[in-house]
Ligand binder design. Structure first.
Ligand code: HSE
Length: 305
């Protein structure tokens, strides 16, 4: 096989209380990447979308991940990538991770699947670093593995797939840009022990809630006392949206990754639709352009099409 096309999904990092360690994979939207083996040394990139991302591989998230893999692959000269980004960069639903994860899974197909999923995440993290200035895997891991993942350790990587009950995700995407690097820079370097205790109790509660399919426990655990108080300031009407969604029946939710998207989890598709209406009602009064959508959780991650 000399060429392969993949669909690479959006993801929600953090899942409220699990900053940099929890993430879930969405069914939609998905980017599309066609990757081919090339006789040209290095990585050539052709963008067929509207986002004008760099075609210099050393400055491109997909390119950097592919170059990292090429360092290990002495028998391959290069790759040619046709990149069709659907997930808007800077939206908070893992656009850069989709770029890095998608091409790693595609390259692995061209290499007869010689690498494990965890190894693919390891390469992809270098691409993510280009976009966010930090090596975090909480978007890449769910994009590669599907479902809900826990990153117990970044170095060495230790990724655990977590069981979960049926869930529907409603997303509000205000049409403003929040750069992940900026949203990381505003966070305090240290946190009070009291907040740390609350936070790790909620992380443990959330993971247990997912695994035991306990919706009430999931709902109680979707609280963030560490990051949300700072980042919510970057998202206009954040608390109005959150309250309206809870009143509409959402289990809970918060900032998707580093924002500006807001996500809410619901037990049924019907509730997810009521939550979407609640989001629209709040945001249509703000004068800020926005999009909403509903997705279920993607069980498989990046897929070959
Ligand atoms: N965990 C990262 C952050 C995700 O919150 O900065 C960025 O999408």
């Amino acid at each position: 096989m000399n060429s392969v096309k993949v669909k690479s999904p959006a993801t929600v990092a953090n899942i409220v209380c699990g900053f940099d360690i929890l993430g879930l994979c969405l069914d939609n939207p998905c980017d599309e990447f066609t990757l081919s083996l090339s006789d040209k040394v290095g990585v050539t990139i052709e963008n067929i979308d509207e986002y004008n991302l760099p075609t210099d591989a050393t400055k491109n998230v997909s390119g950097v991940a592919l170059l990292k893999m090429l360092e290990q692959e002495k028998n391959i000269k290069g790759f040619h990538l046709i990149s069709n980004k659907i997930i808007k960069p800077g939206s908070g639903i893992g656009s850069s991770a989709a770029s890095a994860a998608g091409v790693m899974v595609a390259a692995n197909y061209l290499l007869s699947k010689k690498y494990s999923k965890q190894q693919l995440v390891d390469f992809a993290i270098f691409g993510e670093e280009v976009a966010s200035g930090a090596k975090h895997a909480d978007n890449i891991a769910p994009a590669v593995f599907g479902g809900i993942t826990l990153i117990r350790s970044n170095n060495p990587l230790d990724i655990i797939s977590i069981d979960y009950p049926e869930l529907f995700v409603t997303i509000l995407h205000p049409q403003i840009e929040v750069k992940t690097a900026d949203a990381r820079n505003i966070l305090p370097k240290e946190i009070p022990l009291k907040n740390a205790v609350t936070q790790w109790a909620n992380v443990a509660g959330l993971v247990t809630g997912f695994m035991q399919h306990d919706y009430d426990l999931i709902s109680r655990s979707l609280e963030d006392v560490v990051v949300e108080p700072y980042r919510s300031k970057l998202i206009p009407y954040f608390y109005e949206v959150k309250n309206a969604c809870k009143n509409a029946g959402a289990l809970g939710g918060g900032i998707s990754g580093s924002g500006p998207s807001i996500f809410m989890l619901s037990r049924t598709a019907e509730t997810a639709t009521s939550v979407e209406l609640a989001m629209k009602e709040v945001y249509s009064k703000t004068g800020i352009e926005f999009h909403t959508h509903i997705s279920s959780i993607n069980k498989t991650g990046v897929s070959v099409v």
